[in-house]
Design a binder for this molecule. Structure first.
Ligand SMILES: Cc1ncc(COP(=O)(O)O)c(C=O)c1O
Length: 316
């Protein structure tokens, strides 16, 4: 195992997610009513607040158009179904609310949208029938991309002591507001001066990071932990399989362990807000050459190109 002799970027700890700092010129839509950040309030009896009982999506725009909106809405509904949570507005109505809210973010540039659906307001009871009306919130913020050095130099991450939830506990495939597992892992990363935390599962396999999916490259083949390792099926993760096919780079699911990190050439993470970020160090272990690798660079470049093409307004 190589030890890194130059410390790599631990990067932007003040904004681990890179996007959701407060206060910001946020616009908020609560059940169809648009307000600014200061007036955006929900009841303390909302079960989202009381129990983390709800689901969410983070979506970003390219060319001021929500990118990959259909898979985000599909995942939102799939997550909600796992909690027996209904989302009364149909997809057309959700898309309309997203664009109305986004339109009010009048600083230039791209927008990050966080859409949350919670159980709604009700008495202190776990019975879903206690809350007849879910709360639907959209938070629209100017998109804050990671600083350029993150993509240029890569980042340092750590393997967290806290394990990813067991799928028979709060299943990581549900994108739920119940984020304590991720919060604890991220707190550990921040304490250890790292950009992200890799979480192991109960079998000691790598799963994903606290806020992103994980990919490794060995001899030109890209590998990512399988869904049954217990992880979120990232929209960007799925898009990356398409980018691989475009570039004739094999991308496949494969179980990975911490010991594999010493024999891989490249490592990277993916998420909606961070795209494809090279990882050059895990703890004190250098990945490959200790610099972002060529396969990661090609995938990132293809990703950006396709994101722009897919959201470019039609000519005429
Ligand atoms: C735990 C976790 N895994 C993966 C991801 C990446 O998912 P996506 O590509 O859909 O943003 C996220 C994003 O928030 C996440 O929280």
């Amino acid at each position: 195992m190589l030890l890194c002799w130059v410390r790599s970027v631990s990067a932007s700890r003040s904004t681990p997610d890179g996007t959701l700092m407060y206060p910001v010129p946020a616009t908020v839509n609560i059940d169809g009513r648009i307000t600014d950040a200061a007036d955006a309030t929900v009841s303390v009896f909302d079960h989202g607040f009381l129990f983390g009982d709800g689901v969410y999506e983070t979506i970003r725009t390219y060319n001021r158009m929500p990118f990959l909106l259909p898979p985000h809405l599909t995942r939102l509904r799939a997550s909600a179904a796992r909690l027996s949570l209904k989302i009364p507005p149909d997809d057309g109505e959700l898309a309309r609310r997203l664009s109305e809210t986004m339109a009010k973010v009048n600083v230039g540039g791209e927008v990050t949208l966080r859409m949350l659906v919670t159980r709604g307001v009700g008495p202190l009871s776990y019975d879903p029938a206690a809350c007849p009306t879910p709360t639907v919130v959209i938070i629209a913020l100017p998109h804050q991309a990671p600083p350029p050095k993150v993509h240029r130099d890569g980042v340092r991450v750590v393997v967290a002591g806290v394990l990813r939830n067991h799928p028979r506990s709060v299943d990581p495939s549900i994108k739920s507001n119940n984020l304590l597992n991720n919060v604890l892992a991220m707190q550990e990363a921040i304490r250890r001066d790292a950009y992200e935390a890799i979480l192991l599962n109960h079998r000691d396999e790598l799963t994903e990071c606290a806020q992103s999916n994980l990919f490794a490259v060995r001899e030109g083949i890209v590998m990512t932990p399988p869904l049954d390792a217990g992880l979120l099926e990232g929209v960007t993760r799925n898009f990356l399989f398409e980018m691989g096919a475009d570039l004739r780079i094999e991308v496949r699911e494969e179980a990975l362990r911490e010991a594999d990190l010493s024999s891989i050439d490249e490592l990277f993470l993916t998420s909606t807000t961070r795209e494809v970020v090279p990882i050059v160090e895990v703890g004190d272990v250098c990945i490959g050459s200790g610099r972002p690798g060529p396969v990661t660079a090609r995938l990132l470049s293809r990703f950006r190109e396709r994101a722009n093409t897919l959201t470019r307004p039609a000519a005429g």
